[in-house]
Each structure stands twice: as C-alpha cells, then as structure tokens.
Ligand binder design. Sequence first.
Ligand SMILES: [Zn+2]
Length: 299
Amino acid sequence: MVATHAHDDHTAGVGDIYAAAKAAKFVTSAAFTSSEFFAAVAADASIEDQLVPSVRHEYKTVLDEVMRRGRAGAPHLLRASEQKVLLEVAATGSAPGFKVTALSPSDEAQNRSVRAIAEGSAREDMRVRLAAPDPNEYTVALWVEVADVALLLGGDLLNGPTACGWRRVHESHTPERRARLIKVAHHGSQSSHWGPVWMDFLEPDVLAVLTPFRLGAERSVPKQRDIDRIVKASGRAFITARPQKPTPPKDVKETRALLQTIATNVRERDGSPGHVQARMCPEETVWRVGAASPAYELK
Ligand SMILES: [Zn+2]
C-alpha cells in the first residue's frame, strides 16, 4: 500500500485501509513533510497548530498500527526513494511475475525535505514556525511491470526543481520497455508534464488515466489546454469525473436546504468520484477500458 504524498486527496482514509489490510506493507516517501514527521512524535501545542490535522491523523493512525504489528514480519513501513524496488515476485506457472519500482523522491528531494524541517523549527523570539514545502515535490512515482506490460503511476510529482521531480526521473530511470498506461501526474497539470518522459517512457498509443482536482475555477485541473495536450500525447485518455464541480440543479439545492439540520455534504451524483478500469489479458495488446459514471473518455 503506497501513500504517494501528504495531501488529503491522496491520503484520506489510508489509516483505516492499512489497519484492515493485515498483511500489507505500508510505503511512504523517504522525503517527508512536517505533518508526517511530527505524526511520529508528541509535538508541543505550538507545532500541533501548524500541522495539517487530517494528514497528521492519517499518518498517526498508520504509525500506531505499525507499532501494533510488532516485530513479526517487520519492517512494516517502507520508505520509497529513487530506483528502490518495493516489490518483486517471480512468475510461477501461469501467474505472471511483477515488479514495482519507486522512481522518486530523489536524493535531492530528500535533502530538501530534511532542510525544510530543520529550517522551520527554530526562529527568533523562541517562536517555533514550520516551513511549508509542497508535498507534491516529495511524491512517490511508481514504475510497475506485470509480465511484459509496464505502467507509470505519476502521483502528483512535479517537473522539478533541479535534481528532483520528472526532470530527475528522466535521468535516473532506464526502462526496458515503454509503459502502456500512465496515471497522469498531478491531475493533468502543466507543472507535472515533462515532455521527455512522455516521449521516451511511454508507448505512442499509451492509455492515459487521470483524476480531476476541483477547487474553484482558478485552481481546478485539468484545464482545457491540459486535456488537449493529454489527448494529443496519448492513444486514449479517460478521466474519473468532470474537471469542474457541477453546479447543483434546483432540486438538489432544495433537498440540501431541507436536510440541512440532519445531513451534511448533500450533493448530486456527478459530485461523486467515478472509476476507470483498464484490463488486459497476457496474450492481448489492447486495453479493455471500463468507465463507471461520472468517468468518461476525453476527446
Ligand atoms: Zn492530488
């Protein structure tokens, strides 16, 4: 189980899922934010205030469960970093072999994360202030190989900065074969689209799958220009929901008002996440794609 980076849209619920998945190893980035770092210790109140409570809660739940599992089967918690093989299983009989390799974070991303925690924790007047680096920088991107099919799972990894991100992945990773599926990084955002990776790591007819990030018109991704770019660079592309939050119709608004005192977060179906499933049998070369509403194919 891999928590790619410390953002709600990637970690919400990981604590409960890990607790239920009794035999799972938990993988987190070797470059970590303050919310992850201080989840491991009893921080004082001034630090506590500055942590992202939801993220801290998820990592705390995971770390408590790791402690509960004790020595048998340890280590339960793995730290992903550039070119580390997280899982490798040889083929047996008719079952194909598979291998999962972390592409990031780079050494430099780890240096930057340690520096950010050190820089932030002591300031003048004895006040303690935490630096707030972008967790996307520390994302674990994954290269997955099943038999002779490769997949690239991009998390929210950014293009840089120097010696970090996709720029660094392109230097450090030499795939034996090109990927036939990409989980597009960072919701299709331009800041995570590194041309050379698309050019050199992916099949020209790669299946691209992405999720939107919806937070107001300004910050929502993908934008139309991102969609155009992804459609052009891939064979087919699917998204799990529309990039913009739907405006609720009149009846949904009325129901919401009616239920206000007993229910929160009442919304229409389009406001729920869709699901994209891609399947391929060993002897096949074309993906069979299922898109459960509101997921749809980008054109
Ligand atoms: Zn995200």
